[in-house]
Design a protein around this ligand. Structure first.
Ligand SMILES: C[S@@+](CC[C@H](N)C(=O)[O-])C[C@H]1O[C@@H](n2cnc3c(N)ncnc32)[C@H](O)[C@@H]1O
Length: 299
């Protein structure tokens, strides 16, 4: 498919890096000779904010993206392999939503989509309809969140949207084009070191370690991605480097809240760490939002 447009994320995703990506690339990659790399690996792909910036700027022979979220990965596979079907289904959902005359009907429509999506999860239906429902729920649900209950069923409430704009056709084509030459997998990050060699660049963007004093900070143990996972990730980075690979890694910076919380400085003490400014909501009130820094580890 012909398309001049540069690809950008299809969905809204917690921790999305599209806006920060130019800064991360500038700060992180200036010391690397990009011509040395012929393979790019992103094991926490999420919305692909960094992936699309990287692939718009550089030509990698091989690209490998993965995530533990099976529905998210199905979306990328379907956009790669069945873009015109995804476009047809999302357009039809969009049109049906936009002709509904009141908020109650829109909410009911959303809940029907959610029900249909969850039926798909129950029977492990990974097809273009499931991918289109995933996009619709991301755009119409509360804040683009992806949250499931203990049975793995999606339970995000309606986002009170008046109008649906699910996909931009040109962008869908641009994304599908980038994905043609991309390996796309459901995988835990611990599986990715097998791809490392002297010509591989990795970008790791795991779920954020909650900042000290933030509402979710109280117990790491309750989080799916806890401090033990962060330690496993640091071990993966070391193995990547042992095999001759290079990596960039992002996370939140606890030292700006608690100067004694040197968790990442300790974990990555054998690598360079730079702090880059990022505007991010760190609390519910405006006074707690502002310019805060993020950590970028360069290895
Ligand atoms: C901060 S988001 C990545 C955001 C992405 N860089 C972007 O621009 O949208 C973190 C991602 O890690 C995924 N994830 C969580 N635990 C994981 C694990 N153990 N292995 C691989 N992916 C994981 C989540 O599903 C989520 O998509």
């Amino acid at each position: 498919m012909e398309n001049e447009q540069q690809a950008k994320p299809i969905i809204k995703w917690a921790g999305g890096k599209f806006k920060l990506s130019d800064l991360i690339i500038k700060e992180g990659l200036e010391r690397f000779d990009m011509n040395n790399f012929d393979r790019y690996v992103e094991p926490f792909i999420g919305g692909g904010g960094m992936f699309f910036s990287m692939t718009n700027k550089f030509n990698f022979g091989t690209k490998i993206i993965s995530d533990v979220n099976e529905e998210l990965i199905n979306m990328y596979i379907q956009i790669r392999d069945n873009a015109s079907e995804v476009l047809k289904i999302t357009k039809s959902i969009e049109e049906s939503f936009n002709v509904l005359e009141n908020d109650d009907k829109k909410k009911e429509f959303y809940l029907d989509l959610r029900e249909k999506f969850n039926e798909g999860i129950k029977v492990n239906e990974l097809d273009e309809t499931q991918a289109s429902l995933f996009i619709a729920l991301n755009k119409l649900g509360f804040n683009g969140l992806y949250r499931v209950n203990k049975h793995g069923l999606f339970n995000v409430p309606f986002g009170q949207k008046k109008k649906a704009a699910l996909v931009e056709e040109n962008n869908l084509v641009a994304v599908s084009n980038v994905l043609q030459s991309t390996e796309i997998k459901v995988a835990d990050f611990r599986d990715c070191e097998q791809y490392a060699n002297e010509r591989t660049l990795f970008y790791f963007d795991s779920p954020y370690r909650p900042l000290p004093n933030s509402a979710s900070f109280t117990s790491y143990a309750k989080l799916e991605f806890n401090d033990e996972s962060q330690k496993d990730l640091a071990a993966t980075c070391k193995k990547v480097v042992d095999k001759g690979g290079k990596f960039l890694l992002s996370n939140s910076d606890p030292t700006q809240i608690d100067p004694n919380d040197t968790f990442f400085d300790d974990l990555y003490s054998s690598f360079d760490i730079v702090r880059i400014p990022a505007r991010r909501a760190i609390g519910a009130t405006a006074s707690r939002r502002g310019v805060i820094s993020e950590i970028l580890v360069i290895g």
